[in-house]
Design a protein around this ligand. Sequence first.
Ligand code: IVH
Length: 298
Amino acid sequence: GLNAAFPSVAHLLPMLSLENSYNEQDLIDWDKRCREASGAESIHYCVEPKFDGAGISLLYESNMLQRGATRGDGVMGDDITMNTLQIRSIPIHAALHTCGIQQMELRGEVLLTKKAFQTYNHRLLAEGLAPLANPRNAASGSLRLKDPNEVSKRNLDSFLYHISYIQFRDGQDTPPGFRTHYDTLQTLHTLGFKTSYPYTRLVQGIEEVIASCRAFEATRDDLPYEIDGAVIKVNSFELQEQIGQTSHHPRWAMAFKFKARQATSTLLQIDYQVGRTGSITPVAKIQPVAVGGVTISS
Ligand code: IVH
């Protein structure tokens, strides 16, 4: 939702969500709908990580980052430009003129690595404050801080994965680097943006999609940040247009959600931490247990 502490800004295009799938049959049915809507016999798809962070929208104009916004209600977001300037992986300048780009709105995810999240929670505990439940809450809370210096200290990271709007100079036609999703990620990568490109697999047909989703699920613990699934996107923009979108989500993309992770441990003791204001936070101390590449002990 929107936050009264920040000015509201309109996204150039609405920030859509994704439809979720949970099993192979969901994906097989979706591929069939995509093939029927486009008339394509077999479709090339990109499979990329579903980053478990906070959505962000970035506006670039004349080689400069002009604005950063939260998702908000999808149409309007909070203007958090000052905070986005503190995220080191978000470039303030980019040589967009070399590709003939006049204006571009990008979508991505702001997140904390598992390590940055643990460091931050240790700091909270040391200060007698309640630790945060997960890196996603930590990321979305951090974007709404009023003090940009504090944002800087949290070492936020980000990945961009979508161009929602692009305008080329002098009514120039779409150049080759921007005709498919995969090429777009590669072009943005070359321009200095941190994108899902290094992690994205370009595959053909739904069987290869399913294999890639399984591969992501099997290696999720090896990644330095949390992912809660894979996102599958029709590669060709021409096909994407034929397949279309609803008011809520594109029909040419699908999230594949991993099973929630669980672990069992033993409760050792409960500490009561007293904050500066006298607030009391109970903290359960448990037998350390490994979940998703981090060790949980509180
Ligand atoms: S694409 C039209 N790609 O997941 C483009 N979203 O549950 C729509 N997300 O709102 C988004 N990783 O905040 C896309 N690789 C990825 C993503 C991703 C994480 C988030 C995004 C979206 C939410 C839907």
